[in-house]
Ligand binder design. Structure first.
Ligand code: FAD
Ligand code: SF4
Ligand code: SF4
Length: 666
């Protein structure tokens, strides 16, 4: 690969602040494919080109739990080439190249979205923005900051904290990128008090396929359209965003109710009160039942609950004054704090499947009780035990999540459960809910989007991407295999009547589905993985959420996702499917510090390092291992500033500095 290897070439001199600079360079695979070769021949600065099939494979899915065979029948999810730009000029050059070749460009942040927005449907160039991760400026006086959009919310918040500041709002997936949340939902933690993300963004930099780099302010007609545009308009490369002083004191409160209607009455009264909580969320009794099982003890009552977070002393007193006359008792503070901390780990319960599927819609609060009742009844008919979460918003609506545990390892059960999630969404939309995101998997519901929003996006598309280069074959129409037939079959035109018919004949539909699928919730604590079967189990338990990527020192050095826990588990799955992997792929997998930072942040709380041992044994058997490269890598990584930063953050618990074991094959 010309100049786009690992090490020196990834961090060219022109990059403003390369993460590391000195000798380590891992073996790189030869460039593959004519498109990648053509791109490489342009000699674009600040660009790493990924063309080898093993590394490209990692870009053929996001967090979505869709049955693999379905994905492969319908789409060509494998990108022709992946690029990792380090500057907006590199992004601009890549988009111009894509436009000149009439090839689609698919932006990708951390691929934590479950809707398939960053996954190709008919090949193309995936633009991985996670290396554009600089925090350019923090201005405490003005209460604003400027960042590149590949920065993760957690890293951004960490830097703000050093200056006594914090974010207004963030997604629960704090490991996802700033650009990813702008391009998708924008609703999450603190949306009740701070509103939609667009309220905090002051201006944004957008690179369009003609190569222009524009700064859009709130006054620009296209500004609003960028939010939720899912990569249709261009690539957001920079953002100026307002931030605030970190509150000195925050206190979560947990209040239980006998039924969900009473919980909603309480939450709505609280929302309209003088308390002004930062966040209000409803959690269903079914979730507490699973949490108790996870904790091995009945710590929580199995009832419906409202969890509310209050910031500052004055608000705390107002909350107490609000609660007193209701006669309700709140739970002990440590239980409320436990639940509040769990907001960053919403996927832990997927272990019981392993797997998690469901629906995510925005619902007016007036129809919320009806929405819960109807989806609960439907889940019951379909043999599902749903968990509900409702995040209250500032505009009289709620973000409703209806989830259930499924067995990702059982193709039939899993496929049936995926269809069930569509039926639940369809029922919710029938009664007035709106889809939260479209991506690929909610395309059947794209006609339920707010008309004004779609028109705004269409107008902006015409102005900014008239050739249809950006993330084409999604959102407005869906491409796929068989001359687009795969996508057409998935369109609202065909799917809407299909769902309607299935719901109309529910007694028959549900009987068929129940007979085809059978979920035996798995027991937990199976012990550390020791065999290839254990490894496959762990790989299935992985949510593919990408939380581990952002903290992996090996990744921060080589920028190749194959070294991360998510990458290693995808490699394990490929091996289990009997796929052939190159020697270079195998060698790359060994680059690991055994630092356990991935375990610290793992959404599924997996025993990753033990799994890596099993994987490495298998790879060593197939390809041998390059001991020298591993040792060189460990030495280099230990001395890197990125590693120091992780130690400072308390993420590296398994690795004493210098002379650690693990990846060196001891
Ligand atoms: C545990 C967990 C918790 C979550 N909690 C929330 C939550 O609270 N709220 C919420 O909204 N979502 C949530 N999500 C979903 C997901 O994390 C968010 O949508 C996230 O912000 C997506 O960011 P990403 O970097 O992963 O984007 P990706 O998944 O990589 O991409 C998503 C879409 O954005 C486009 N895109 C990405 N970057 C850019 C860019 N720079 N310019 C233009 N287009 C771009 C892609 O093409 C794609 O269409 C959660 C997911 C998980 C796994
Ligand atoms: S142990 Fe450390 S280096 Fe290895 S995959 Fe996990 S985070 Fe990365
Ligand atoms: S290993 Fe854990 S953190 Fe990493 S992708 Fe899988 S579930 Fe997420």
């Amino acid at each position: 690969m010309d100049d786009a290897g690992v090490g020196r070439a990834i961090y060219p001199d022109a990059a403003p602040s390369p993460p590391v600079q000195n000798g380590f360079s891992a073996k790189e695979e030869a460039i593959q494919g004519s498109l990648a070769r053509e791109l490489a021949s342009l000699g674009i600065k600040d660009l790493r080109i990924v063309s080898a099939s093993g590394e490209r494979m990692l870009y053929s899915r996001d967090q979505s739990d869709i049955p693999r065979f379905l994905r492969e029948i319908m789409f060509n999810a494998s990108p022709d080439v992946v690029v990792q730009p380090y500057s907006r000029e590199a992004v601009s050059a890549v988009l111009r190249f894509a436009a000149s070749k009439r090839v689609t460009a698919i932006p990708r942040g951390s691929a934590s979205s479950p809707f398939g927005g960053s996954v190709p449907v008919a090949g193309g160039i995936v633009v991985d923005l996670s290396s554009m991760n600089k925090i350019l400026k923090i201005d405490p006086e003005k209460g604003e900051a400027r960042v590149e959009t590949g920065v993760r919310w957690a890293d951004f918040d960490q830097e703000l904290e050093k200056k006594g500041l914090t974010l207004n709002s963030s997604p629960s997936s704090k490991f996802s990128t700033v650009g990813g949340w702008i391009a998708t939902g924008g609703l999450g933690l603190n949306s009740f008090s701070k509103g939609h993300l667009s309220r905090s963004v002051l201006s944004l930099e957008l690179v369009t396929p003609d190569g222009s780099i524009r700064e859009l302010s709130r006054l620009d007609p296209e500004f609003q359209a960028v939010f939720g545009s899912e990569g249709q308009l261009g690539i957001v490369t920079g953002v100026t965003i307002s931030v605030r002083s970190k509150p000195r004191r925050t206190k979560p409160h947990l209040v239980f109710f006998d039924d969900f209607r009473s919980a909603f009455v309480f939450a709505r009264a609280l929302a309209g009160s003088a308390v002004h909580p930062s966040h209000i969320v409803f959690e269903s009794s079914s979730k507490f039942s699973l949490i108790n099982r996870m904790l091995g003890k009945d710590h929580f009552p199995v009832k419906e609950a409202i969890l509310v977070n209050v910031e500052g002393e004055a608000a705390e007193q107002t909350f107490q004054a609000f609660l007193r006359p209701t006669g309700l008792k709140e739970e002990k503070e440590y239980l409320a704090r436990y639940m509040w901390n769990e907001r960053y780990f919403p996927m832990k319960v997927r272990k019981f499947g392993p797997g998690l599927l469901g629906s995510e819609v925005v619902v007016p609060l007036d129809i919320l009780p009806d929405a819960i009742e109807k989806s609960m009844a439907l889940c019951c008919e379909l043999g599902l035990r749903p968990l509900f979460e409702v995040h209250f918003l500032d505009d009289g609506r709620g973000l409703l999540l209806c989830f259930y545990v499924t067995d990702q390892g059982n193709v039939l059960t899993y496929t049936m459960d995926a269809v069930k999630s569509m039926l639940i969404t369809s029922r919710l939309i029938q009664i007035g809910a709106k889809p939260y995101s479209i991506g690929v998997w909610f395309y059947p519901f794209s006609d339920a989007e707010e008309k004004d929003r779609v028109q705004r996006l269409l107008d902006a598309k015409k102005a900014l991407d008239p050739q249809g280069v950006m993330n084409s074959g999604k959102y407005f129409s869906l491409s796929g295999r068989f001359g687009g037939l795969g996508g057409l079959a998935f369109s609202p035109r065909f799917m809407k009547p299909a769902f309607k018919t299935m719901l109309l004949f529910l007694p028959i539909t549900s009987r068929v589905m129940r007979s085809l699928s059978s979920l035996h919730e798995s027991a937990l604590s199976k012990g550390p993985p020791r065999t290839a079967t254990d490894l496959e189990r762990i790989a299935n338990e992985c949510a593919m959420c990408g939380a581990c990527v952002s903290v992996c020192p090996a990744y921060l050095i080589v920028r190749d996702e194959r070294v991360t826990a998510r990458g290693k588990l995808m490699t394990a799955m490929a091996l289990a499917r009997g796929e052939r992997l190159s020697k270079e792929h195998s060698d790359r997998t060994f680059l690991c510090m055994r630092c356990k930072a991935c375990e610290q942040v793992c959404q599924s709380k997996l025993e990753l390092v033990a799994a890596f041992d099993v994987l490495e044994k298998e790879l060593e058997r197939l390809h041998g291992k390059d001991q020298q490269e591993i040792e060189r890598f460990i030495k280099y990584a230990e001395a890197s500033p990125e590693y120091d930063k992780l130690i400072e953050r308390g993420l590296v618990i398994g690795a004493p500095r210098h002379g650690m074991g693990g990846g060196t094959g001891v």
